[in-house]
Design a binder for this molecule. Structure first.
Ligand SMILES: *Cc1c(COP(=O)(O)O)cnc(C)c1O
Length: 233
């Protein structure tokens, strides 16, 4: 990251987003940039907010619990993008605005129940394991529609689309192919369940592959390192 400021990195990424969008005949405004602030202190998030970032991504339930009371401007959107265990769902109601990572009926039920208990409805995405890598979370592509339909029947879940993590490879052709398959699955889900604009979200692309993701139809990209700098785990 050198000595660049957050504001400089943000405008650099925004430029790249606009370029990728325009280059593929899309409007830059149709792409939401989520800044992934996991493992970063609230001071960094505050700085990001002052630079204009409004969408924040976190991937651990306890981190959400610990951070958002201390950083919660009224106009931010808090995205939960991590793998969820049922016993951690209790930390999320009132602290996140959308969950990207529904990958089982069990977790869908747990979220529906916990948010329902507080009279809250929560927008959700179904996570797909598009690359078939065994270490990846997410449902098999052929189960996407079934789980999406299940979510859209739940009274406290608002099904809004799909999410994936691209294959871990330097081969941009393989990455593009995976995102292209996601787009096809997304189109199928929209045809079946997308009446009146529901299911419109396609969340894919990270620091290393967000341009390809935009070219292949992502509506939401999740960028951590390129915005906030490297993480210490
Ligand atoms: C950490 C994370 C990101 C951001 O990754 P970078 O490579 O740092 O941009 C995006 N999506 C998910 C699900 C993540 O866990």
């Amino acid at each position: 990251m050198g000595t660049s400021t957050f504001a400089e990195r943000l405008s650099q990424i925004q430029e790249e987003v606009a370029e990728a969008a325009l280059g593929s005949g899309r409007a830059p405004e149709d792409i939401t940039l989520i800044g992934v602030s996991k493992r970063k202190p609230v001071e960094d998030m505050q700085q990001a907010y002052e630079a204009g970032l409004r969408d924040f991504g976190e991937n651990r339930a306890q981190e959400v619990r610990d951070k958002f009371p201390g950083f919660n401007p009224p106009d931010i959107v808090r995205h939960f993008i991590g793998h969820l265990q049922s016993n951690k769902v209790k930390y999320l109601p009132g602290r996140v605005d959308i969950i990207h990572t529904i990958d089982s009926i069990r977790i869908a039920d747990a979220i529906d129940e916990r948010f329902g208990a507080q009279d809250l409805a929560i927008p959700v995405l179904v996570e797909i394991n598009i690359s078939g890598e065994s270490n990846k979370e997410g449902v098999d592509p052929f189960k996407a529609l079934e789980l999406a339909a299940y979510c859209s029947e739940k009274s406290n879940l608002e099904f809004q689309g799909l999410m994936t993590i691209g294959p871990l490879t330097a081969d941009s052709g393989r990455i593009r192919q995976a995102f292209r398959e996601m787009k096809l699955i997304h189109e199928q889900v929209v045809r079946q369940l997308g009446s009146s604009g529901k299911a419109a979200i396609l969340s894919m692309g990270m620091s290393s592959d967000f341009k390809i993701a935009i070219e292949e139809g992502a509506t939401h990209i999740r960028v951590g390192t390129a915005l906030f700098g490297a993480r210490e785990y």
